[in-house]
Design a protein around this ligand. Structure first.
Ligand code: UT7
Length: 377
């Protein structure tokens, strides 16, 4: 019922990169389809971008953030190992009653998270779920490795799911993984197996390494299979599909997948030229852009498909709903969201102050407040 995206302002073109390393606009364009990418400012991290995208999704749906039940953020570049980026998003949105968790499934993170969000609603447990894909890949890319430095960009995308009875929405999901390929796309250091040390930093082991050729082969073989699998589950034929929105890793992968499925390239939405590979953010950014450009209309059948580190792959088949096009923001709710976001900020500052000051008065007030609430209940 809502969608939003955020990309940083700063644009780095292929020519800019050619000035910094041994590469060329020609090589990058012909091998990947990328022309430029958006790179986060020093002050920006994954949660900042995720919050922007989430607020846009809530505005499109004209929804009240306080009603959110669950926030899931697909990411491989959380702000910190702990707490989760989803908790930072939940707090900044003022989603005070929502559960929050990060989901690491490499570049498939958003599609995995969407499948989980859908299941949370289908189980009857939750009504309103926010699903975000966000990554600041520029923070884990080794600028001395031209085979990865030219590929990745930063950004975030979000969708809002609400329980409904209509035919529109998620029709089927398919997930897969193969940990034997874990070494093909990996950030070796910084985890429990190889904690950060002066040595790991000196050896640049906190950066991503990728066997591009192997990942390329894996994607070209696996993506057509998972698309067919999810369509079979959804009882939708390949001919009925209006759009395939794939992870934007390489234009040649999209063309290879189209060829294998005997589909025209035009059915695959591609915006890799503008953003590069934004990891878990690439599918929701592409979905948002396709909707904003009015390429997607009510009743259309769409497949979202992701693949990446793990190795992982995932697909979601959905029908775009008529209701989502008809929402118009009510002024008072726009104002209410503004107030909730400001309040969330004030609340955080107050709680941190109160906890750190640890005064007797504060603790006593808290005890009194709790006992009053217990009496009221
Ligand atoms: O989102 C996660 C999933 N990731 C992916 O799906 C990535 C999948 N893989 C790919 O997209 C491609 O494998 C790449 C774009 C990463 C690389 O394209 P490729 O056609 O597989 O190139 P390659 O790695 O086989 O390298 C070909 C040549 C090499 O030179 P030699 O050994 O043939 O002399 C590389 O050193 O291109 C060279 N090369 C470059 N040259 C100019 C590698 N990177 C660059 C560069 N500029 N940036």
């Amino acid at each position: 019922m809502g969608w939003g995206k955020y990309v940083p302002e700063r644009v780095v073109t292929n020519s800019d990169l050619a000035d910094m390393m041994d590469t060329s606009d020609e090589w990058i364009k012909t091998r990947t389809g990328i022309e430029r990418r958006h790179i986060a400012a020093e002050s920006e991290a994954t949660a900042d971008m995720a919050i922007e995208a989430a607020r846009e999704a809530l505005a499109v749906a004209d929804a009240d953030p306080r009603e959110l039940d669950l926030v899931i953020v697909g990411t491989v570049t959380p702000d910190t190992c702990m707490p989760s980026t989803a908790c930072l998003v939940q707090n900044a949105l003022g989603a005070f009653r929502a559960g929050a968790l990060d989901l690491n499934a490499g570049c498939s993170g958003f599609v995995y998270a969407l499948a989980m969000g859908h299941q949370a609603i289908a189980s009857g447990e939750h009504d309103l779920v926010l699903v975000v894909g966000a990554d600041t890949m520029s923070r884990i890319v080794n600028q001395q490795d031209r085979s990865t430095a030219v590929i990745f960009g930063d950004g975030a995308g979000a969708v809002l799911l609400r329980a409904s009875e209509g035919p529109a929405g998620v029709r089927a999901t398919a997930l897969g993984s193969d940990g034997s390929g874990g070494d093909l796309l990996v950030v070796p250091a910084g985890g429990s197996a190889m904690p950060a040390s002066a040595e790991t930093v000196a050896q640049r082991l906190h950066y991503l390494t990728m066997d591009g050729r192997q990942v390329y082969r894996f994607a070209s073989r696996t993506v057509p299979r998972v698309i067919e699998q999810v369509l079979e589950k959804a009882e939708i034929s390949l001919d009925e599909v209006d759009w395939i929105i794939p992870h934007q890793a390489n234009l040649r992968i999209m063309e290879a997948v189209a060829k294998r499925l005997h589909l025209p390239d035009a059915k695959f939405y591609a915006n890799i030229d503008e953003y590069g590979n934004t990891s878990a953010a690439s599918v929701p950014i592409a979905l948002c852009e396709a909707v904003e450009k009015e390429y997607i209309s009510p009743g259309q059948k769409i497949v979202l498909v992701g693949f990446g580190a793990g190795l992982t792959w995932a697909a979601v088949a959905l029908e775009w709903g008529p209701s989502v096009q008809e929402i118009s923001a009510v002024f008072y709710r726009r104002w209410l969201r503004w107030v909730v976001y400001r309040w969330a900020d004030v609340h955080t500052r107050w709680m941190r102050f109160a906890r750190s000051s640890g005064t007797r008065a504060w603790l006593a007030a808290k005890r009194r407040w709790r006992s009053l609430r217990r009496k009221r209940d």
